[in-house]
Design a protein around this ligand. Structure first.
Ligand SMILES: Nc1ncnc2c1ncn2[C@@H]1O[C@H](COP(=O)(O)OP(=O)(O)OP(=O)(O)O)[C@@H](O)[C@H]1O
Ligand SMILES: [Mg+2]
Length: 255
C-alpha cells in the first residue's frame, strides 16, 4: 500500500478569544495537490483556522506542520516564502489601484520593498505573467479598472489572481464564491480544478456555496462550534446525519 504523506497537518489546534473557544482541538490533514474544503455553519471557526494556518492567529494549543516543517510559531511574513498564499473573507485589495497593479503587487509579496518595486518598471516577463493571471481568472476586460469599481464577486476573483502571482504551493481561499454569479461559479470550479490537477497546487477552501464544494472537493472537513464533526468525500459528508443536523438543527434528520 502506498503511503500518502499529508502536505498540511493540523494537529489539535485550539484558539480562544477571551472566554470563547473558537477552535477546539481541531485536527485534519490536507493531501498534496488535493482540493480540500472546510465547511460548517456561521461562526464554526473556519476563518479562525485559516488565520492560524496563515499565521495571523496563534493557537493556544496544538501544532501546524507544513510539508514536514513545524510552522506553528512562524511570523506571517515567512509564509509567502514557503509558497502559502491566501485570500480573505472580507477582501484585502488596494481599492484605488487597478486590477493589473493589484496582481503586480502580489508578485512582490516576497520582497521587503514592495512599494519601491511597484513603482519601478516591471520586466516584460513579469507583465506577461500578470496579464496571464488576469486572463486566467476571467478579468481581462477589467485589466485597467480600479479594484473598488469591480463588484464583490469580481474582487474575489482578483484576490485569487493576486494570490496566484506568488506561485503558491498551498492556496487558502476564504469563501471565494461568495457574491459570484452562477457563470462565475462555473468558471471558478474549472479554475480550481485546473490549479489542483494541472498545476499541482494544493487548495484549501472555506466555502458556503455547496454546489461548488460538492463538485470540486477531494475531501471535506466539517466544523461546528469549533470542532470537527465529520470528514470525508462529498458524498460521505452529504449523507452524514450529524452534518445535516449542524446545518439545519436538531430534528432535521427525522423529517
Ligand atoms: N478576533 C476575534 N475576536 C473575538 N472573537 C472572534 C474573533 N474572530 C472570530 N471570533 C469568534 O470566533 C468564532 C469563530 O469565528 P470564525 O470567523 O472563525 O467563524 P467562521 O466559521 O469563519 O464563520 P463564517 O462562516 O460566518 O465566516 C465566532 O464566534 C466569532 O465571533
Ligand atoms: Mg469565516
Amino acid at each position: 500500500m502506498s503511503t500518502v504523506t499529508s502536505f498540511l497537518d493540523i494537529q489539535g489546534i485550539t484558539v480562544r478569544f477571551g472566554g470563547l473557544t473558537a477552535v477546539n482541538k481541531l485536527s485534519f490533514q490536507v493531501q498534496q495537490g488535493s482540493i480540500h474544503a472546510l465547511i460548517g455553519p456561521n461562526g464554526a471557526g473556519k476563518s479562525t483556522t485559516f488565520n492560524c494556518i496563515s499565521r495571523y492567529y496563534q493557537p493556544t494549543e496544538g501544532c501546524i506542520v507544513l510539508d514536514g516543517q513545524n510552522i506553528t510559531h512562524w511570523h506571517p511574513d515567512r509564509m509567502a516564502g514557503v509558497g502559502v498564499a491566501r485570500t480573505f473573507q472580507n477582501l484585502e485589495l488596494f481599492g484605488e489601484l487597478s486590477v493589473y497593479e493589484n496582481v503586480l503587487l502580489g508578485c512582490h509579496a516576497h520582497s521587503a520593498n514592495t512599494l519601491a518595486r511597484l513603482f519601478s518598471r516591471p520586466s516584460a516577463q513579469t507583465r506577461e505573467w500578470v496579464d496571464s493571471l488576469i486572463e486566467r481568472v476571467g478579468l481581462s476586460h477589467d485589466r485597467d479598472t480600479r479594484a473598488n469599481e469591480l463588484d464583490f464577486g469580481h474582487q474575489k476573483l482578483l484576490e485569487i489572481a493576486r494570490a496566484l502571482a506568488l506561485k503558491p504551493r498551498l492556496l487558502l481561499l476564504d469563501e471565494p464564491a461568495a457574491g459570484l454569479r452562477n457563470r462565475d461559479i462555473e468558471n471558478l470550479d474549472r479554475l480550481l480544478t485546473e490549479l489542483s490537477q494541472r498545476d499541482g497546487i494544493t487548495v484549501l477552501l472555506v466555502e458556503h456555496v455547496m454546489q461548488l464544494v460538492m463538485s470540486i472537493s477531494d475531501c471535506i472537513t466539517v466544523m461546528s462550534f469549533g470542532e470537527k464533526i465529520a470528514e470525508g468525500t462529498p458524498k460521505e459528508v452529504r449523507d452524514n446525519p450529524q452534518v445535516i443536523e449542524a446545518y439545519l438543527g436538531k430534528g432535521a434528520t427525522r423529517a
